[in-house]
Design a protein around this ligand. Structure first.
Ligand SMILES: [Zn+2]
Length: 149
């Protein structure tokens, strides 16, 4: 494994571990309003990251198309949105605080459906990391190795 692959694996791992480590500093459960505020903050960070790190670079890469430079990013954005919407409606999964599962009816255990919810959540992140590594010159097999491993 070369140094670039190690960095590509370590940066997401360190970031995720750092964020998850805050659970060790919490003595009690957070208040519902604090949870909602933190969830909103995380949503804002994810939205900002997707705009500045994915959509704007995609538009800049298409600058040779002139006024239509936004079209590939626009089309890709909506394909990705519809892809996740279809998965959300078809894959049985359980959201946080939800009593009722989403997706097709199934007899899967709650833990399995929560695992599927996390998997659905990680698809866009894995794709974003994979696209970034591919743009940095990684081969398809190296990207698959990093994003799936
Ligand atoms: Zn859902």
């Amino acid at each position: 494994m070369n140094v670039s692959v190690m960095i590509g694996v370590l940066i997401p791992f360190i970031g995720t571990s750092f964020g998850a480590a805050f659970v060790f500093f919490m003595k009690r459960q957070l208040g519902r309003s604090v949870q909602r505020a933190l969830t909103g903050f995380a949503a804002g960070v994810m939205t900002a990251a997707s705009v500045w790190s994915l959509l704007i670079p995609a538009i800049e890469q298409s600058s040779s198309m002139g006024v239509f430079a936004f079209v590939p990013a626009f089309v890709g954005f909506w394909i990705g949105t519809l892809f996740l919407l279809v998965l959300d409606k078809t894959v049985p999964h359980l959201h946080m605080f939800a009593e009722k599962a989403e997706g097709h009816k199934s007899k899967l255990a709650r833990t399995t459906m929560m695992l599927l919810a996390v998997t659905l959540h990680n698809i866009p992140e894995g794709m974003a990391v994979g696209v970034l590594l591919f743009a940095l010159g990684f081969t398809v097999m190296m990207v698959l190795d990093v994003t799936l491993g």
